[in-house]
Design a binder for this molecule. Structure first.
Ligand SMILES: [Fe+2]
Length: 262
């Protein structure tokens, strides 16, 4: 069982030199790469191939942005860490994905209480490089424009249960992971797919909008989209008005996440 990380937990060390950062990236990349086939969905694997991330050294944002811009119009926006949800979606509307340059230290490969460069680049860049995923991001980001606090909280939950920790039925292959938080986490990837301790429920937009989620420990519930196409359709067409009295949100920050691996 995994240990829990909370806001009061000590901040684990970050890599302090370029050499250490590259070493950490290399170790995490190799470890997670071997886990992707058979676990991540076909679209993520397509995006991963298209992204052509460097296996041996932590990608520089400028280099990565140049490649992404040529391919799909996205670039990486360097930020110090977590940013407000409204700002996050505003960046996405400009096809800028926020990421810090720091990566966890070599002494704490197993987890980081905040998303680091490994999570963002290994987990999200393949999504940016794949039009079906990028379309989902753009759809959520567009809806966030001018949204009130309540709708913003709903969007955050939907993002969480799809882009971060979503599962999806892959044609003929069964349930696979689609979320960046799963792609970059060895333990939670298997937990999401095979553990009997968690629930896997069909994705319903009305449910995802109101469902609480875990920010400091592995998820207890995962939502399974019928397909990326159906998910895109649902995000475009099923956004029924808020139902008064539905569950209230408690999370105020996007992307606070568990990232664990032995
Ligand atoms: Fe993330």
């Amino acid at each position: 069982m995994q240990e829990r990380v909370s806001d009061s937990a000590p901040i684990p060390p970050r890599a302090t030199t370029r050499r250490e950062a590259d070493r950490v990236w290399r170790a995490l990349f190799r470890r997670q790469l071997a886990r992707l086939p058979g676990r991540m969905c076909a679209a993520f694997l397509d995006g991963f191939r298209a992204a052509a991330l460097e296996p041996d050294r932590l990608p520089r944002h400028a280099d990565l942005s140049r490649r992404l811009a040529d391919r799909c119009g996205w670039r990486i926006e360097t930020v110090p860490g977590l940013i407000p949800v409204r700002d996050f979606f505003a960046l996405l509307r400009e096809r800028r994905f926020p990421s810090p340059v720091w990566i966890r230290g070599a002494s704490s490969l197993g987890y980081t209480p905040e998303p680091d460069a490994f999570h963002d680049l290994f987990g999200h860049v393949p999504q940016l490089a794949e039009p079906r995923f990028a379309g989902l991001l753009e759809s959520l980001a567009a809806r966030a424009e001018g949204a009130g606090e309540r709708e913003l909280a709903e969007l955050e939950r939907v993002y969480w249960f799809t882009i971060e920790f979503g599962l999806v039925r892959d044609d003929g292959a069964g349930v696979r992971a689609m979320g960046a938080g799963l792609a970059s986490s060895l333990l939670e990837l298997d937990r999401a797919l095979v553990s009997r301790e968690v629930r896997r429920l069909p994705f319903e937009l009305v449910d995802a909008r109101t469902r609480g989620f875990e920010t400091d420990r592995p998820q207890e519930t995962y939502l399974v989209a019928p397909s990326l196409g159906e998910l895109a359709r649902s995000l475009a067409e099923d956004w029924a008005p808020w139902q008064p009295g539905a569950g209230a949100g408690t999370l105020s920050r996007l992307d606070r996440r568990w990232s664990s691996a032995p």
